[in-house]
Design a protein around this ligand. Structure first.
Ligand SMILES: [Fe+2]
Length: 178
């Protein structure tokens, strides 16, 4: 598989604890979307996170770091990211059990769509009716994905899921789908 890879990790508990401290309380309520509320250097002050990125050989590829909130019992938009990143290294922070990442194949043309809550740019949205599921995995460990492959998050948990998303220009762990 060349669009998803689970990563072994160490010190996940400490990374989760420190990353959650960077989230302002006001951002946790029923929000859906990306919030880059802290700068990359601020995240990288989390020693264990910086060390982790060094260990998996991705530190030099980091473009942005943000937190994705997915509301309870929702399917996110089926989409492809529009960059500038190509890969995302995602680290589960809270309520990630019973939540899933799904990948699809399709020949349909996506619709360029702005993020609802922010000025975070655009994504390319697909009609689920025109896509075929090719892979689905429960989120338990950190993983890297190629965000050019159509995908979505499904939250079957009754709590808001919080995921740390580290956007990468390239990946030393996952090659671009050819
Ligand atoms: Fe995405």
């Amino acid at each position: 598989m060349n669009f998803y890879k689970e990563l072994d990790f160490i010190n996940l508990d400490e990374i989760q604890k420190e990353a959650l401290k960077l989230i302002p309380d006001s951002n946790t309520k029923n929000l859906m979307g990306l919030f880059y509320f802290a700068s990359v250097p601020e995240y990288l002050k989390i020693d264990k996170l910086r060390q982790y990125l060094e260990i998996v050989n991705e530190l030099n590829n980091v473009l942005l770091i943000g937190t994705l909130f997915t509301a309870p019992n929702v399917k996110g938009n089926l989409h492809r990211d529009n960059g500038p990143h190509i890969f995302s290294l995602n680290i589960p922070l809270l309520n990630c059990h019973n939540t899933f990442i799904e990948f699809f194949k399709t020949n349909s043309i996506p619709q360029k769509t702005k993020f609802k809550n922010s000025d975070q740019g655009t994504y390319s949205k697909f009609d689920p009716e025109e896509c075929q599921l090719i892979f689905r995995k429960e989120v338990q460990n950190p993983y890297i994905i190629n965000t050019l492959v159509p995908h979505r998050v499904v939250n079957e948990n009754n709590k808001t899921r919080i995921m740390l998303c580290i956007r990468l220009s390239r990946s030393n762990n996952l090659k671009i789908r050819s």
